[in-house]
Design a protein around this ligand. Structure first.
Ligand code: ZN
Length: 283
């Protein structure tokens, strides 16, 4: 099942993608997709639903992030061996966890707004995991029982804010629009093996990232288990799992950072496509 949230920013409604790729309005079935509503039971109910009975939504409607009111927006650093190398960092012995502000979440095709004065905006194509059940100290063998679904993510970053001051990476990862998520939240029955998904990202027509989730250092089940050792995971939490090589910071001979007018196209096999335009901070 492919879940979406559609409509104006802040007023999105829940929807389901039908067999023809059209969005159907599911607001008569569930209030929203968020911490209060998502559960294994909801997943079962949605799976049994006759989607063709639901009202069809006009084509071209704006999509929001497919999950609402995320509590924890967790990211994993340097989780692809060759990306760690291009960043000039050691291969980590355990997952590197950092946070993005949940208020950075945005729709898959919304503009990316560079922060005031930004000159080092960057992209990171990533597989996102949405948690469906509350849990702590989750065994790796049971980790997939806690996964509600998967989605495409761009861990948009500002490298000066992330790396050049003091403090934590969260500073360079949290601006409004720095967390495009979606288009779809895809339930696990459609993604039988999250560790074998092709992925790529282009900036203004140039292929920057090509990879496959099979080259992750720490796979999804280990990440869910690991994160649950350090905090209680809750429904609606999002874990983005690290990026393959090809970010702007690692470009040779010189870094390639985002500038207003750049366009980004990103995809992961089975999870749809994102298209963003980069704009300067207004005013
Ligand atoms: Zn990242």
């Amino acid at each position: 099942v492919k879940l979406v949230r559609f409509g104006d920013k802040g007023a999105e409604k829940p929807g389901i993608v039908d067999a023809n790729g059209a969005v159907r309005d599911a607001s008569g079935e569930v209030e929203d997709y968020g911490p209060e509503t998502i559960s294994p039971e909801l997943l079962d109910r949605l799976r049994r639903l006759d989607v063709s009975r639901l009202p069809r939504v006009e084509a071209g409607v704006r999509l929001g992030p497919p999950i609402a009111r995320t509590g924890h927006f967790i990211a994993i650093g340097l989780n692809y061996e060759d990306h760690a190398r291009e960043a000039g960092m050691a291969i980590p012995n355990e997952p590197i966890i950092f946070s993005k502000a949940p208020s950075s979440l945005s729709g898959p095709n919304d503009d990316i707004v560079l922060p005031k004065g930004s000159e080092k905006g960057d992209w990171e194509l990533e597989l996102g995991i949405v948690i469906g059940r509350r849990g702590s100290y989750i065994d790796r063998a049971e980790a997939f029982d806690y996964v509600f679904g998967y989605c495409l993510a761009n861990d948009v970053s500002e490298r000066a804010l992330q790396l050049e001051g003091t403090g934590q990476w969260i500073k360079g990862k949290s601006a409004e629009t720095f967390g495009p998520l979606g288009p779809w939240l895809v339930t696990p029955d459609e993604i039988p093996d999250p560790q074998n998904l092709d992925m790529w990202l282009e900036v203004s027509g140039e292929r920057m990232q090509s990879g496959n989730t099979k080259t992750m250092i720490f796979p999804c089940d280990e990440l869910v288990s690991f994160c649950s050792q350090v905090m209680v995971l809750e429904p609606g939490d999002v874990i983005i799992t690290g990026t393959p090589p090809g970010v702007g910071l690692g470009k040779k001979p010189a870094p390639r950072f985002l500038k207003p007018g750049d366009t980004i196209v990103a995809t992961i096999q089975g999870l749809g496509e994102q298209r963003q335009t980069v704009v300067a901070y207004p005013g």
